[in-house]
Structure formats: C-alpha cells, structure tokens
Ligand binder design. Structure first.
Ligand code: FES
Length: 161
C-alpha cells in the first residue's frame, strides 16, 4: 500500500473509531462507506475488510449494502463521470442514440471505465433538466439538446482538458 493510501486508511480508521463510540454504531455503516468512497474514489475489497473489522460487521453484509446502493462504486472510476439521462423526456428525444454514440466513442458499456481511466459511463433517471432533453451530465455540469455529433464533440473537449 502506498503512503498516500495508508494516510487515507488512517483517516478512515479514525472516522470509524469515532463512530464506534456512538450508540447503534452499525447504523452508521452508510456514513462510513460514504467516507471511504470520498477518500478512495471507490470501495476496494481491502477497504471493505477494514470497515468490517472496524464496525464488527460481517464483510458479506457490507458487500450487500454497497451493491444495493448505486451510489457506491466497487471499481475505480474515471476522472470524468458521464451520466446519460434515460428518463422519459430524454428517452423520447433520442437519449438511446446519445448513449449509443457515447458507447462507441468511449468503447465501454454502461457502468464501465475507459482503459485510460478518463471516463466512466453511467445511466441516470431524470437529471431535472427535461426542458433541454436529451441531457447528459459530466461531473457536475449538465449538457442539453444533444445529438450523436454534439455529444462526441463534448467528450473530445474533455479529452483535451
Ligand atoms: S428526463 Fe432527462 S432530464 Fe428529465
């Protein structure tokens, strides 16, 4: 483990030690997983084991929780997270064509990360911008009124960042 990863593990252990003193510490599992993901970017196996040990909860239970909530990433994610809205308004305006263009351009399926770790492709349900459907979000920025060409241009701009 690198020195940086050890520092993060120490921070996580300190957070769990604080949580363990509270009543019903098991109910803080989600908060601990959030903290772990904030520190590591995703939830690697060894981090799950440390959480299991720290909260005295079986690892299998922690895996169950982590896989139930889509928010948690079990694999490393890319520098940019591309979320394609597949909500009704976006779907009827061609979200599937936008998604297909992204899959081709990035050479990944939904839920996967590009080999260069630049992009992770995800699906979303209504990003709250139906008026400019179809919509994607890259990191925390919304892009609307898209078609296959526009979305590829946006991805190429991000490659140059
Ligand atoms: S359905 Fe896509 S933003 Fe609402």
């Amino acid at each position: 483990m690198t020195e940086l990863a050890q520092d993060k593990m120490t921070t996580l252990r300190e957070f769990m030690a604080e949580v363990a003193q509270r009543e019903y510490s098991e109910s803080y599992l989600i908060a601990v997983l959030h903290k772990a993901q904030e520190l590591f970017g995703y939830l690697p196996r060894e981090v799950m084991d440390v959480v299991a040990e720290g909260l005295e909860i079986p690892t299998a239970h922690i895996w169950g929780v982590a896989t139930f909530y889509h928010y948690f990433n079990l694999e490393p994610i890319g520098r940019h997270v591309v979320s394609v809205c597949m909500g009704t308004a976006c779907y009827v305006k061609g979200a599937n064509r936008v998604l297909d263009a992204l899959k081709r351009e990035l050479a990944v399926e939904v839920g996967q990360t590009t080999d260069d770790r630049l992009f992770t492709l995800q699906e979303a349900r209504c990003l709250g911008a139906c008026g400019i459907a179809p919509v994607i979000m890259i990191d925390d920025k919304i892009y609307g009124e898209l078609d296959s060409e526009k979305v590829i241009e946006i991805i190429r701009q991000h490659r140059r960042l």
